[in-house]
Design a protein around this ligand. Structure first.
Ligand code: NDP
Length: 275
């Protein structure tokens, strides 16, 4: 049978709707079964837990994804813990976090897993390399650092209290930015020839700022004039293009890999569950 992914969307957050519909569309394109479960923004913790429980018991479902953020009355932690770890295709359940730390097979969080896939496909070796990850979130920064360490990079994790961020970043042969701040990483943070991975997704609506960030790039500014905004990462696009030996553009770099890895995790889950 085809692998099955269930996506639970609670409420009507616009960004979440876009993410969920592209996940469902990709499932359909791949010939996978996808189930989209929509719940109203008034849903209670008990109602969401009941839905997760039903999906845990559905033998045709191999992956369960509860789209975050959940409305504030819903206990996100309880929901996360309720997902059967063997169907946790986001890799966020503490059981799978343990698998990640122990380098034991299991689903890995999709965004950092996508970064690893990119590095592998482009033949960028990690053994003995100095890698710096800016950001220590549970969904990107921390798992990213673990995955790089398991591939034998020497990893430094930076965050908002890091004393000399530019100095730490400049030491990086592989620099990963997962901060959530528009173009915060500039030329002074990037060593000449570094590999730069920009995970950030930030929307810029100010035309002058867009001009400055794109260096007046005609194609990108045409996009701005059409849509009234552009998406920029956590790394200054011009500085990145000038200093890096290889880098991931935003949009189009890391983003598409996140969905691809979600699909990959679902297929692997189906294979594991079917023996
Ligand atoms: P979080 O807000 O959870 O974490 C941000 C991290 O950046 C924190 O660890 C924070 O440090 C650190 N940080 C914030 N400000 C600074 C600063 N001035 N200097 C140094 N470190 C700082 O974000 P996420 O990890 O969820 O996401 C990061 C980015 O990646 C966002 O732009 C998000 O949109 C994007 N993203 C992209 C995905 C994709 O598919 N491409 C998927 C998921 C996220 P501290 O811990 O000290 O607060």
């Amino acid at each position: 049978r085809a692998p099955g992914l269930a996506v639970v969307l609670v409420g009507n957050d616009l960004a979440s709707e876009i993410y969920v519909s592209s996940k469902v569309r990709t499932c359909i394109e791949l010939g996978m079964r996808s189930e989209e479960i929509r719940m109203p923004d008034t849903a209670t913790t008990a109602e969401v837990l009941a839905q997760v429980d039903a999906l845990n018991r559905d033998p045709g479902i191999d992956g369960i994804l509860v789209q975050m953020p959940l409305p504030k009355q819903v206990d996100s932690r309880a929901v996360l813990l309720a997902i059967d770890p063997s169907k946790d295709v986001d890799g966020f359940h503490p059981f799978n976090v343990g698998n990640l730390v122990g380098n034991i097979p299991g689903p890995r969080p999709c965004t950092p897993a996508g970064v690893m896939e990119l590095l592998k496909r482009y033949g960028i070796g990690l053994k003995g390399k100095r890698a710096v990850v800016v950001g220590r979130s549970d969904i990107v920064g921390k798992p990213m650092a673990m995955l790089l360490m398991h591939e034998h990079a020497t990893v430094t994790i930076c965050h908002s209290r890091t004393a000399d961020l530019a100095g730490e970043c400049r030491r990086a042969e592989i620099l990963v930015a997962a901060i959530g701040r528009t173009a915060m990483i500039e030329a002074e943070h990037i060593a000449e020839g570094a590999v730069v991975i920009d995970v950030g997704i930030n929307r810029v609506t100010d035309r002058e700022e867009a001009m400055r960030l794109t260096g007046g790039n005609a194609a990108r500014m045409a996009g701005f004039d059409k849509r009234g905004s552009i998406v920029v990462g956590d790394v200054h696009p011009v500085a990145m293009a000038e200093r890096a030996s290889a880098y991931t553009p935003v949009p189009g770099g890391v983003g598409p890999l996140t969905i691809a890895m979600l699909m990959s995790n679902t297929v692997e889950s189906a294979e594991r569950r079917l023996g």
